[in-house]
Design a protein around this ligand. Structure first.
Ligand SMILES: [Fe+2]
Length: 419
């Protein structure tokens, strides 16, 4: 929240309720019999996430932020933290077979929700003297934490076999695309991060506002598509995680169904694969600062909040905000093009950069969630920008930074090349 203004309690409660509803809809995709499945071995089972999201909200806002008494210490500890182990060996150390019954988890979640909503309604959410409550930090932290988990939950649902989740079919459009064109971006300043007074809320890795000088470069007008990637595969390149081959033709594994490979959709690949493709094409991945230049800079020299300008993000600007679970053609949203004519920068898949995830100058771990970023400053995670079809619209902001291991294959991430 901007200093001096008042938190809108009704809006916070409405957002919390909307989040809980969307989370419930995501869990409803999973068959009852799959509640303890771990389709991604490096992650906990669904049972954990059903308890984790409300437990985190209660812990961060009520217990640690407002100093309220615990609600259920055993469950709070059990559901406190997710895992991001670097290897299967390490993942095995987190394995447990005694997750509670679903009804007990649901009952605990309902108790957390009631307490969180009561706090949002009437507790002192903002207190400049308490770091966890400065600018309403704890309240925003729990809302964005849940929204981010909705995306990562869907990565996990995507890995669940089709006979263990709800089948979803839709009409999908493929288009004929010309080759990507290179757009020239002139030398200039890229502003990464933000000042604390600039945005209502940001995670610790978004501060402080950092200006970077960027030399002129050329960048592809659109992300690398499945059609582009197919030529790479034909010359010995790796096959993306979401592709399957049946009877001599390539298929794309979506969340709810498998379809013929749409050539005009972005290729979802790992950082390592993207880097290999760029090298094969005689190019490279953009740095985080180059992404910012291409997305938010203008030939006139100013920087804007979004590629398309100042307007708040809407469905016409890109494929984000859960309008659909799947990607679509990279040219589907010309209204989202940047000032340089670079398209599909926000939504339709996060965009890989060549920049290892690290702190901006002036970084300080946030009081509400000190491990959020600091645990990942290891040189093994890379910055992703933009957003995916299942990134909440509230997370579409210039300063937001996402990151993943360079070989983690499950997330919805695309890329483009620069020269
Ligand atoms: Fe979490």
């Amino acid at each position: 929240m901007i200093a001096g203004t008042v938190l809108d309690r009704a809006a916070l409660m409405e957002r919390y309720r909307r989040n809980r509803l969307r989370t419930a809809e995501i869990f409803a995709l999973v068959n009852d019999g799959a509640f303890y499945d771990r389709p991604i071995p490096l992650r906990h089972p669904f049972a954990f996430y059903e308890g984790h999201i409300p437990a985190f909200s209660f812990l961060v806002l009520n217990e640690r932020g407002l100093g309220q008494d615990p609600l259920d210490p055993t469950f709070e500890r059990l559901f406190e933290r997710g895992i991001d182990p670097g290897s299967l060996d390490e993942a095995r150390r987190h394995e447990r077979r005694d997750w509670p019954a679903r009804a007990a988890v649901a009952e605990f979640a309902a108790r957390c929700d009631a307490r969180v909503l009561a706090a949002l309604e009437s507790a002192k959410l903002e207190d400049a003297a308490v770091p966890r409550l400065a600018r309403g930090q704890a309240a925003f932290t729990i809302l964005e934490h849940e929204e981010m988990h909705q995306e990562t939950l869907l990565y996990i649902v995507a890995e669940l076999p089709y006979d263990r989740k709800r089948r979803m079919t839709a009409t999908h459009e493929d288009r004929k695309l010309g080759p990507a064109e290179m757009r020239a971006v002139s030398a200039g300043t890229a502003t990464i991060g933000a000042n604390r007074d600039e945005i209502p809320f940001g995670w610790d890795n978004e501060f402080e506002r950092t200006e970077v000088s960027v030399a002129a470069f050329g960048i592809a007008s659109r992300p690398v598509t499945n059609g582009d990637w197919l030529r790479f595969v034909e010359q010995g390149g790796p096959v993306p995680h979401f592709w399957n081959r049946h009877d001599g033709s390539w298929r794309l594994r979506l969340l709810g169904e498998e379809i013929a490979l749409p050539h005009s959709w972005p290729a979802y690949v790992t950082h390592r694969q993207a880097t290999a493709y760029a090298r094969w094409a005689g190019m490279r991945l953009p740095t985080e600062a180059e992404y910012h230049r291409a997305a938010f800079g203008t030939p006139a020299g100013d920087e804007r909040p979004f590629p398309w300008g100042d307007e708040a993000p809407q469905p016409k600007h890109g494929n984000f905000g859960f309008a659909r679970f799947d990607p679509e053609s990279v040219d589907a949203h010309p209204d989202g093009d940047s000032a340089w004519g670079v398209g599909d920068l926000i939504g339709n898949g996060w965009e890989w950069t060549s920049t290892p995830f690290g702190p901006l100058p002036g970084f300080e771990p946030m009081a509400s969630y000190p491990q959020y970023s600091a645990d990942f400053f290891d040189g093994k995670h890379f910055v992703m920008k933009g957003g995916s079809p299942v990134t909440a619209t509230s997370l579409i902001r210039r300063s937001l930074r996402n990151w993943f291991y360079d070989d983690y294959p499950y997330m919805f991430a695309k890329f483009r090349c620069v020269a």
